[in-house]
Design a protein around this ligand. Sequence first.
Ligand code: PFF
Length: 464
Amino acid sequence: MNDKRVTNTQNQAASRSSFSGKIGYVLAVAGSAVGLGNIWRFPYLAAKYGGGIFLLVYLILMLTFGYTLIVSETALGRMTKKSPVGAFHAFGKSVPFQFGGWVNAVIPMLIVPYYSVIGGWVLKYLFEYLRENASLLAADDYFTGFISAGADVEIWFLIFSAVVIFVIIAGVKRGVELISKVMMPLLVILAVIVAIYSMSRPGAMAGVKYFLIPNFENFSWMTVVAAMGQMFYSLSIAMGILYTFGSYMKQEVDIEKSTVQIEVFDTGIALLAGLMVIPAVFAFSGGEPESLQAGPSLMFITLPKVFDSMGLGTAAGIMFFLLVFLAALTSAVSLAESGVSTFEDQLGWSRAKACALMGAVIVLFGSVSALGFSVLDFVQPLGMTPLDFFDFLTNSIMMPVAAFCTCILIVRVAGIGRVIKEVELSSEFRRKKLYCFFLKYLAPVCIAIILASSIAGVLGWIVL
Ligand code: PFF
C-alpha cells in the first residue's frame, strides 16, 4: 500500500469542494440514485422474475452486498479525494490498477446512451399527453407501434440527449438538481395516489399479492441475477459514481448512516413504482404470464391504461411523465457528467472537448439502441435488442467486474483496516464485523454468481 501517495493526493485535494452539511450529501446521492431504474426498470424486472420472491432477494442483497459496496466505494472516494480512476491510481499505477479504475469509469458512459433512449420515450409520452392524446396512449398496441416506427423514437432520443448535453455545457446542473429536488416530493405524492388507485381496481389484489408475497415456486436462477443487476443499477453502485460522491463528502458525515438513508429512500420509491404498475397489470390484463413478461415496455403500456381509467388521463399523465422526465434528467446528467469529468481529469482535455466526445458517444450508441426496434432490428448482439444488450453488458458483466476490482483493492491492497478507519473518522462503525464478513466472503460469492450466470446465458446454457 502506498501511504505516501494517498497522503499526497489528500493534500492536493485539500481544496476540493464538498457537500454542505450531512443532509446535503444524502439528498445529492439520493437525487442521482432515484431515476428510471426505480420507476421503469424495477417494476418490469419484478413482474418478470417472480414478483415477491424477486423483491425478497432484492432486499436481502441490498442490505448485505449492496450495503458493503456503498460503504466501500464511498470510503475509498473520501479517503483518496478522487473519482475512480484517480482513486485506483492512488494505490498503484500498474495495469491492474488502471483496469480497476477505468472499468468503473467507463460504465456510466455506456449507460447514458440507452438511458437517454428511455428518457426520449418518456418525453414522447409527455408530449402526447400535452396534446390530450390520453386514450390513444392507452390503446393496446400503441407502444409497439411507436417503437417500431423508428424515426419518432430517434427524434425524441435526440431531444432528450440535447437537453442533457445542454445542461452540462451551460453549467446549469445545480439548477436542474434543485428543480428536481423540489419536484421529488410531488412525484412521491402522485405515485402514492396512483398506487392506491391501481390497488383498488377489481382484480388488482392478485397483483399486490404477486408483488409482495414471496412464492418460492416462482424462484429461478435469473431471479438472483436480475435482482443483483438491478441493485447495482438502482443504487448507482459499481459505476464509479459513489467514489466521486465520496470524494466530495466531508469527514463529519456518517458513512454508515447515510448509506442506510439512501437505501431506504431508493427502495421506497422502487416499491411505490412496483405498487403502481404490477397490480395494474393484473387489473387490466388479467396478470397473464405474457403481460408480466413485457419487459422494458411494461410501464409505458400499463400506466396509460391506469390514467385513462382514472378519468383524469390527461392531467395525471402530464404530471407523471413530467416528474419522471425530471428524475430521468438528473440521473442522465450525473451519468454524463461523470464521463465528462473522467475525460477532463484523466486525459487533461478541455471541458468543451470532453462534452463533445460524450455527446458523440451518446448519439452513436443511443441511436443504435433507439433504432434497434425498427430499421436496425437485424442488429442482434447475443440475440438481444441493442438496448437490452447495453443493459446486459453494463449490469451483468461490467458492474460485477467493477465491484470485484473494488473488493480486491480493499482486501488485497488498501487493507480493510484502512476503510474501517475512514468510516470511524466520523462515527463508530456499528456493523464493522458484518461489513468485514460481507466483503471477504459474501461479495466474491455474489460476484461469481452473477458473472457465471451471465456467461452461461451468453453460451445458451440458461435462459436470460
Ligand atoms: N440509479 C439511477 C437509476 O436508478 O435510474 C441510474 C443512475 C443515475 C446511475 C445516475 C448512476 C448515476 F450517476
